[in-house]
Every structure is written in structure tokens, then in C-alpha cells.
Design a protein around this ligand. Structure first.
Ligand SMILES: Cc1cc2nc3c(=O)[nH]c(=O)nc-3n(C[C@H](O)[C@H](O)[C@H](O)COP(=O)(O)OP(=O)(O)OC[C@H]3O[C@@H](n4cnc5c(N)ncnc54)[C@H](O)[C@@H]3O)c2cc1C
Length: 416
């Protein structure tokens, strides 16, 4: 028996995921409303590193990483840190994170992510062409650089995993690195060039541009916080903080790192937490990069953007409530100054964002097993920008009740 086609779809969340879902649903003829307590694209999707990271098939939890936990607790400025105070609340997530890092699970995850990342370029091409936003994207590839032979050798297993999953990258030596990016320090003597990568010069503008296109095409964007659901036989309306209810035939939860509590209201206990990340955008860096550069041993990216050079990344496990520790942004920036000897660090704008992270680094793209009119699109972790258009397309397919173009079982909500 096929489900009746829903008419009015409400998407909770106006980040890169929610806006892409809304556009895909709109293009399939649904009447779509986005609800968000903030203006579109002003949460995590505003300040990211801007990379369409098509090679990022390896999960964050890799074999052996868990043994670094004591180090993570000791060094609050390291590439991956955990705040002591957050440890009890994080324990169940960390347990699952550890279990996701066995060699067998890592192979499975890389295969699943490889499938999801396989159509990123085509999916965005369609979305950006329709919205007239192709000028925000550059196709220059990306460069991963290593400062020690040991770092390069230690990364071999991860690159082999990528190559097994269809990633195309070329090993480069010091001369090739400097030919590609003359501003980089001569200390980088090894690396990989990934030609299929692209980046946006303005992640915030990308989301607001897509949201504007959605509105121009007849979509509604409502500014309110969702505080609960109203139920008949199944959930059929949102309770908003302005005291009103907003009815729906179908709802999509795309509220990024804040999706957990919304899922709980519907009876789903999902292991979603946040990997916080920091960066600084330098308006007058005094050096030029042509493409994103990842300083791999220190886990940070430097991306040339319209408003300056953005330097940052890394992971801090500290939940949604703890105050930002901008010493982390400063530490990443001084790493950036080592990588780019002529860097002008004046007038930097610091930022922190909440990556919505599942322990196995895979998003949830699913229909609720409890409520047929609830779809989920969250947990994209380090890859929300990258996976936005593909997630939107898949949510459109699910909403229409048609078979999805890839199997979505690896991304179901009850996989843990
Ligand atoms: C430092 C850093 C660098 C990154 N670099 C990259 C990169 O280079 N490439 C990449 O692909 N990804 C990158 N990411 C990850 C990417 O930014 C995220 O995965 C992505 O932005 C998540 O998008 P989202 O739409 O799920 O969430 P968000 O952008 O956080 O949007 C969620 C929205 O939901 C709304 N919301 C929440 N709760 C409610 C509620 N109850 N009612 C109403 N509205 C609600 C919020 O207000 C918010 O606007 C990076 C992240 C960080 C932190």
C-alpha cells in the first residue's frame, strides 16, 4: 500500500541541510515551510571551512584513536580535545565512537560514506545552477600537506582506505606543493593533491542565497523555535515558542546539533552530540592560497574566501552549553602562521560552530520507524556542507515515497 502524498511539508532548521531539503521538496511540488529560530544559515553552516570534501570517506574514529583519550583530556588545545566536565555526559557517545573505530567498522563506514559522497558534485551543480549561485564555488582541488615523514607514513592506511573507496588523489613532493601554493612554508615536503575537491568562497552567503531562491520560488520561512509536537494519531503540528501551532502533513527534522531533543519528543533516543570547531578569518592575510590546504598532522584547514583567509578546524568535545574556548582558535591561527610564514594575523574574526555528530561519522537520512510522516536529516558532522545537496535530494525521494537512488539503511536512525 503506498502512502498518500503529503501536501504541506515543514522543515525544522534553516542550515545548509534544511535549506537543501526544502528546495528538493519544493521542486517535487510540495508546499514547503521552513521553521527556524534564527535567520537562515547563521548557525553552524555560517562559518565552516567551505570545502566540498568529496574525499572524506574515513570516519573520525579510526583504529587506535581511543587510546589518545588521556592526551585529549590533558591538552585543551590539541587537535581533538575533551573537556573533563563533559566526560560523564559524553561517555555513551564515546563508547559508540570507540566501537565505530574497529578495522571492520571503518571499512563499512568508508564504503557507506563513499556512496553518499559519490554524487556530491552533480547534486550541487544542479542546485547551484537553479539558484544562480555558481559564482560562489571554485573548482581548484585541495592540498593535504605533511611536515614530517612519520606523519606522511602514518597517514598511509587512511589514504589507502580512501583509494579503495574511489577517491582520486595524487602524491606530491615539496616542489609540487610549492608550485601549487607558493605561500606555504618549505617545511612541507610531502602531501596529496585531490583534484575533485571544490570550495565555496562564502558558506553563509551560499545558504542565504539558497534560502532566498526558495522564498522567491514560493517557499515560506517562519522565524520561531519549535518547542514540541502536537499529536492526533501521529504528530501533525509543531508547537512554536510564539504560542501558535503549525500543522503539517510531513515534517523533516534538520536542526543540526539540536536535533536530539526534537527526536526525543518523538520517542527516538539518538546518539547525537557535537564536535565543536573553531576558526579565525583574516580579512587581510597578506598571502594568497588558491585552494583549501589541510595541514594534516595538526588537523586544520586554511581556505581562501571572499572575506579573507579562514584558518581553523580541530575538534572539541564539550557539548552544546559550555562557553567557547577561543584559545583554541588562537592556537590554530598560530599553527597557520607556521604554515604560511608571511601571514598577517591582524583583525581576525574568531568563530565557533557545533558540528552535529553521530559516533560513526555518518548522518541520519531516514524515515522515522515510529511515525511515517517524520523524516530525519541531521548528524552530518564534518561534512554537512559537502553532503547538503545530496541529502536534500534523498529526502525529496523519501517524501515522494519512491525508491531512493542509494540504499538508506546505513543511515537509519535506529542503527545503534
Ligand atoms: C570549524 C568547522 C569547519 C567545518 N568545515 C566544513 C567543511 O569544510 N565542509 C563541510 O562539508 N562541512 C564542514 N563543517 C560541518 C558543517 O558546517 C556542518 O555539518 C553543517 O553546517 C551542519 O548543517 P545543519 O544544517 O545540519 O546545521 P546548522 O547549520 O547548525 O543549522 C541547524 C538550524 O536548526 C535550527 N534549530 C535548532 N533547533 C531548533 C528548534 N527547536 N526550532 C527551530 N529551529 C531550530 C538552528 O537555529 C539552526 O539554524 C564544519 C564545521 C565546523 C564547526
Amino acid at each position: 500500500m503506498s502512502l498518500p502524498t503529503p501536501q504541506h511539508v515543514v522543515v525544522i532548521g534553516a542550515g545548509i541541510i534544511g535549506v537543501n531539503c526544502a528546495l528538493a521538496l519544493q521542486s517535487r511540488g510540495f508546499r514547503v515551510t521552513i521553521v527556524d529560530e534564527r535567520p537562515p544559515g547563521t548557525a553552524t553552516s555560517a562559518g565552516n571551512a567551505g570545502c566540498f570534501a568529496i574525499s572524506a570517506v574515513a570516519p573520525i574514529s579510526m583504529p587506535g584513536l581511543i587510546w589518545s583519550v588521556p592526551q585529549m583530556l590533558m591538552d585543551p588545545l590539541g587537535p581533538l580535545s575533551i573537556r573533563w566536565q563533559s566526560l560523564p555526559a559524553l561517555a555513551p557517545w564515546l563508547w559508540r565512537f570507540w566501537r565505530a573505530g574497529t578495522p571492520k567498522r571503518v571499512e563499512e563506514i568508508a564504503r557507506d560514506l563513499g556512496t553518499l559522497l559519490g554524487s556530491v558534485t552533480q547534486d550541487y551543480e544542479r542546485v547551484l545552477n537553479n539558484a544562480g549561485l555558481t559564482h560562489l564555488v571554485r573548482r581548484k582541488g585541495a592540498l593535504y600537506v605533511y611536515e614530517t615523514q612519520k606523519g606522511f607514513d602514518d597517514a598511509t592506511a587512511e589514504w589507502d582506505l580512501k583509494f579503495r573507496n574511489g577517491v582520486i588523489a595524487e602524491a606530491v613532493d615539496g616542489a609540487a606543493i610549492r608550485a601549487l601554493e607558493p605561500a606555504l612554508s618549505p617545511k612541507f615536503s610531502k602531501g596529496y593533491f585531490v583534484p575533485g575537491y571544490s570550495h565555496t568562497v562564502d558558506p553563509a552567503q551560499l545558504v542565504t542565497g539558497l534560502a532566498e531562491h526558495f522564498r522567491r520560488s514560493g517557499g515560506e520561512i517562519r522565524r520561531a523555535r519549535v518547542d514540541g509536537f502536537a499529536f492526533a494519531d501521529s504528530p501533525d503540528a509543531l508547537r512554536l515558542n510564539d504560542g501558535t501551532e503549525l500543522g503539517f502533513d510531513l515534517v523533516v527534522i534538520a536542526a543540526g546539533a539540536w536535533s536530539k531533543s526534537l527526536c526525543q519528543m518523538l520517542g527516538h533516543d539518538v546518539p547525537l552530540d557535537t564536535e565543536r570547531g573553531y576558526n579565525t578569518t583574516l580579512p587581510t592575510p597578506g598571502v594568497e592560497l588558491s585552494r583549501p590546504v589541510c595541514v594534516a598532522e595538526r588537523s586544520f584547514f586554511m581556505t581562501p574566501m571572499a572575506m579573507g583567509l579562514r584558518i581553523g578546524g580541530a575538534v572539541e568535545l564539550a557539548g552544546l552549553e559550555a562557553k567557547p574556548n577561543f584559545a583554541r582558535a588562537k592556537a590554530l591561527l598560530s599553527n597557520g602562521a607556521e604554515a604560511l610564514p608571511s601571514l598577517n594575523m591582524a583583525d581576525g574574526r574568531e568563530w565557533m560552530g557545533f558540528r552535529p555528530s553521530m559516533p560513526d561519522s555518518k548522518p541520519v537520512i531516514a524515515r522515522s520507524p515510529r511515525h511515517a510522516n517524520v523524516l530525519m536529516a541531521f548528524g552530518h558532522g564534518h561534512l554537512g556542507l559537502t553532503q547538503g545537496a545530496t541529502t536534500g535530494r534523498l529526502i525529496g525521494e523519501l517524501a515522494s515515497g519512491q525508491p531512493t537512488s542509494i540504499g538508506l539503511s546505513p543511515f537509519r536512525i535506529d542503527r545503534f
